[in-house]
Ligand binder design. Structure first.
Ligand code: BES
Ligand code: MN
Ligand code: ZN
Length: 502
């Protein structure tokens, strides 16, 4: 995919050449001055006339008419140097690679050194460009009998850098690409419909991932789940003809199995709501209710590629939430693996039930820090909209680490409160220790509070991605559909994780 080259020769033959333009560059300098000279100074004219713009994310394509080896030159506006962030740079790359792909190019060159600023060096730029390339050109194939002509995509990217060492650039390119590819794997899982991605399929996928990256894999079958007393997880599965799977992947990057991070992802392959059934409009799209599981699996893919010095256990409770004569019902009382009993008031509040047992099981596997990710509530959409993941925590400094990672990944999150008042609401039941749905007021908060009852004293962060897992509009770093949100945040969190003094 990537070939890194030192000598930037304008005579080299390429289908396209991509160049970054900071807005201070009224005058072309260095290699860009040479380029301008080959064009008899006309590039300067085009900048003056505004036909080539340095405005952030503005894309201008110029044909070279044989004046240089590359057939076309794409100029990417980078705006003001001081205002260019890593995230904006990624978006600019995303936009230009979408444009290059739309022009059906399979090969192109890029002049890396034209994308660096005082803040962002060639290695940052290399990471940004390869991650953006993977993310922006992602497509979900779908199942149409007749797809249009096979999509042409960039197969070969020649990266020129005179200023940075080839090997270093290559490493950054590979890491960035691994991040993008893993988020794409998560997107594909989320985009796949429930009939084609059952809990069994998800378990098989996890096993393949485990084999590829040498993770320890444990798939608990229904009988073992029963033996372990995971009554909350089982209740949700009760109406289904598809067997449940508790999926566990372990990655050991330290000599000893200590300071273990537990990543827990909601893996509901389809959520009908059960007897508290969803409306016919509300049920559409519920194939995406395993977005948390997808993010955790995506993060494990990055972890498998980059192999950080950390210990991680990933736990994914997977089932669909269906209706049948045997399905669980409102008023049922169930017993979770922790021993806590739960009065079911709403079968559509199923995510917190499966996560309750998954969190308990992650602790059984030695998790000392927990992060759960789930498409948990419509309430988080009401609270924060479609661009911000809602977080909750019982441990501020663990949350700080997750937040830092999210900022580095460019995935927005905001902390919601976990007050005693909401803990009391989930503890309010006449017949059981807890209830799963104490009413719709602030229901993102009570859903999080419910999971917190199972984290107990273990430092824990909860991430509600109901609003962010899917987008209805294409954006610079991807098409409409699944976003793969939190894949990269989780991976960065793991990579940078510092155990907390106890
Ligand atoms: N999977 C849904 C949450 C959801 C809603 C995800 C919209 C994506 C988009 C979850 O299981 C659910 O049904 N939550 C209920 C909770 C309620 C019954 C307390 C909700 O949000 O309405
Ligand atoms: Mn539900
Ligand atoms: Zn759900």
């Amino acid at each position: 995919m990537f070939a890194v080259k030192k000598e930037f020769e304008l005579a080299n033959v390429h289908e396209g050449l991509v160049i970054g333009l900071l807005d201070k560059q009224e005058k072309f300098a260095g290699n860009l001055a040479k380029l301008d000279a080959e064009f008899n100074g006309q590039l300067t004219e085009l900048v003056k006339s505004g036909d080539i713009s340095a405005k952030l994310k503005s894309i201008s394509k110029v044909h070279s008419f044989g004046k240089i080896g590359s057939k076309r030159v794409w100029f990417v506006g980078l705006g003001k140097e001081k205002e260019l962030t890593f995230e904006k740079l990624k978006e600019a790359f995303g936009k230009v690679f979408k444009n290059v792909t739309a022009n059906k190019l399979e090969e192109t060159a890029i002049y890396l050194d034209s994308f660096i600023t005082e803040e962002l060096d060639g290695l940052d730029a290399a990471h940004a460009l390869s991650e953006a390339l993977a993310l922006a050109t992602y497509q979900f194939e779908g199942y149409k009998q007749k797809s249009n002509e096979p999509e042409k995509r960039i197969e070969q990217l020649n990266v020129y850098s005179e200023l940075f060492a080839e090997e270093d650039v290559q490493v950054s390119l590979s890491v960035g690409y691994a991040f993008g590819k893993a988020a794409n794997s998560a997107r594909t899982l989320v985009n796949t419909p429930g009939n084609l991605l059952t809990a069994t399929d998800m378990a098989n996928y996890a096993m393949e991932l485990g084999a590829k990256y040498d993770f320890e894999v444990e798939i608990l079958e229904k009988a073992e789940i029963e033996k372990l007393g995971m009554g909350a997880f089982l209740a949700v599965n009760q109406g289904s003809t598809e067997p449940p799977k508790m999926i566990v992947l372990k990655y050991q990057g330290k000599d000893e199995w200590k300071d273990v991070i537990g990543l827990v992802g909601k893996g509901i392959t389809f959520d009908t709501g059960g007897y508290s059934i969803k409306t016919k409009a509300g049920i559409v799209g519920m194939k995406t209710d395993m977005g948390g599981a997808a993010a955790v699996l995506g993060a494990m893919e990055i972890i498998g590629e980059t192999r950080p010095e950390q210990n991680v256990v990933a736990v994914i409770p997977s089932t669909d939430n269906m209706i049948s004569g045997g399905a669980f019902k409102p008023d049922d009382v169930i017993t979770s693996m922790s021993g806590k009993t739960i009065e079911v008031l709403n079968t559509d509040a199923e995510g917190r039930l499966v996560l309750a047992d998954a969190v308990t099981y992650a602790k059984h596997h030695g998790a000392e820090y927990l992060v759960d990710v789930a498409t948990l509530t419509g309430g988080v959409i009401t609270a924060l909209g479609l661009h911000t993941t809602g977080a909750m925590t019982n441990h501020e400094s663990l949350y700080e680490q997750v937040l830092e990672a999210s900022m580095e990944a460019g995935e927005q999150m905001w902390l919601l409160p976990l007050f005693e008042s909401e803990k009391e609401r989930v503890r309010n039941s006449k017949v059981a220790d807890l209830n799963n749905s104490p009413g719709s007021e602030g229901h993102a908060l009570v859903a999080g509070a419910f999971i917190g009852e199972f984290a107990e004293g273990t430092p824990w962060v909860h991430l509600d991605i109901a609003g962010t897992a899917v987008t209805s509009k294409a954006y610079d770093l991807g098409p409409a559909g699944a976003t793969g949100v939190m894949t990269r945040t989780l991976a960065l969190f793991v990579e940078r994780f510092e155990p907390i003094e106890k």
